[in-house]
Design a protein around this ligand. Structure first.
Ligand SMILES: *Cc1c(COP(=O)(O)O)cnc(C)c1O
Length: 386
């Protein structure tokens, strides 16, 4: 794929708007069109225009997004999928064979844990859980069969911070790949490949799309050979991002930098308010100086993001009441959109980890802080906690 338009010398904000997206060669349209098409006319058998033959293999709208994602993460190859889990599935089936082993975090997205424990396991893939905030604990789980270390930072829902560079050293020393799920931070706040990771995973459904109107996923890697194998599997398995979904993600990414600045600023104010609130027993936000991962987060992130979790005095019932009473914070799963969301991980996003090593506290509430006026958000939470 041509990277003539990735503008390697430009800053993130500029790349977000322009990388992979030259004006349309046919019409001059300044926004990449939605090529809502399945097949392409060939100029004689095998005479492809720009390499396009069938949209599962490649589609110009998806290509624009894939080149954009590669540029934003500083990788050599980006691939866009139908969902974050489709991206993860493609990565697992490309990297792993029966008998192989992966170290996964003790605080992973519930769907990622389910993919390992309920699906990959049936195909002979082994996994074990480690506290990835402790590089020695991860090192202790690496076996001769281990092919990858899987990391989420900040993690979901407890906002744990893993030192990516430290784990990249563990991965290099043991000859395994380091995979980082960068969904919570986005490449604007954190660039795992520059810190030594081999593959970045995204649910573009979240901050990348940013408007709660699309489900999508992505993989980005620095390794061109692995990128080729992933692209082969993407085509062979077929869970691609459709043209309109790719276009929606691209449209979202153009404003990623300004949105993440505002998400982070709003979340910092709300974390401060919650910390001082008598009905809140603990606040998980990496921007707080007392957060155990604060120093590592300050080192590897540009700002601390828009996700906050907190525990409510009075247990599960009190936590559920806060979720019910909030109004501006909409009760719902997912995260990363412009609108603020509230949820109860134990009953909602993380119900699939109940009874496992990844179980979350019952009195936990998770916020995805949106970009509304922060005073309105503070008032809504104060009312919900009253
Ligand atoms: C949502 C999410 C996923 C899964 O992505 P989908 O787009 O829902 O398939 C993976 N990892 C994290 C951290 C997520 O928040």
């Amino acid at each position: 794929m041509s990277d003539a338009h990735t503008h390697g010398q430009h800053s993130f904000e500029t790349l977000a708007i322009h990388a992979g997206q030259p004006a349309d060669p046919a019409t001059g349209a300044v926004v990449t069109p939605i090529y809502q098409v399945s097949t392409f006319k060939q100029d004689g058998v095998g005479g492809l225009r720009g390499g396009y033959e069938y949209s599962r293999s490649a589609n110009p709208t998806r290509t624009a997004l894939e080149e954009n994602l590669a540029a934003l993460e500083g990788g050599r190859r980006g691939l866009a999928f139908a969902s974050g889990l489709a991206a993860e599935d493609c990565l697992l089936r490309t990297l792993l064979r029966p008998g192989d082993h992966v170290v996964i975090p003790n605080d992973a997205y519930g769907g990622t844990f389910r993919l390992f424990s309920k699906v990959a396991e049936n195909w002979g893939v082994r996994w074990s859980v480690a506290d990835t905030t402790d590089p020695a604990a991860v090192r202790a789980e690496v076996r001769p069969q281990t092919k990858a270390i899987w990391v989420e930072t900040p993690s979901n829902p407890l906002l744990g911070i893993t030192d990516i560079a430290a784990l990249a050293e563990v991965a290099r020393a043991t000859g395994v790949r380091l995979v980082v799920d960068n969904t919570f931070a986005s490449p604007y706040l954190q660039q795992p490949l520059a810190l030594g990771a081999d593959v970045v995973v995204h649910s573009t459904t979240k901050y990348m799309g940013g408007h709660s109107d699309v489900v999508g996923g992505a993989l980005v890697t620095t390794d061109a050979e692995l990128g080729e194998r992933l692209a082969y599997h993407q085509n062979a398995m077929g869970a691609i991002a459709g043209p309109f979904d790719a276009w929606l993600v691209m449209r979202g990414v153009k404003t990623l930098a300004v949105r993440m600045d505002r998400h982070s600023a709003n979340a910092a104010r709300i974390a401060e308010m919650l910390t001082a609130h008598p009905k809140v027993t603990q606040v998980y936000y990496p921007g707080l100086p007392e957060h155990p991962g604060h120093e590592v987060a300050a080192k590897q992130m540009r700002a601390f993001g828009g996700m906050i979790s907190f525990r409510v005095a009075g247990g599960e019932e009190a936590a559920l009441r806060v979720c019910d009473r909030a109004e501006l914070f909409t009760l719902g799963e997912s995260l990363g959109g412009v609108e603020s969301l509230i949820e109860h991980p134990g009953r909602m996003t993380h119900a699939s980890v109940a009874g496992s090593a990844l179980e979350v506290p019952a009195d936990l509430v998770r916020l995805s802080v949106g970009i509304e006026a922060v005073d309105d958000l503070l008032a809504d939470l104060t009312e919900a906690l009253a």
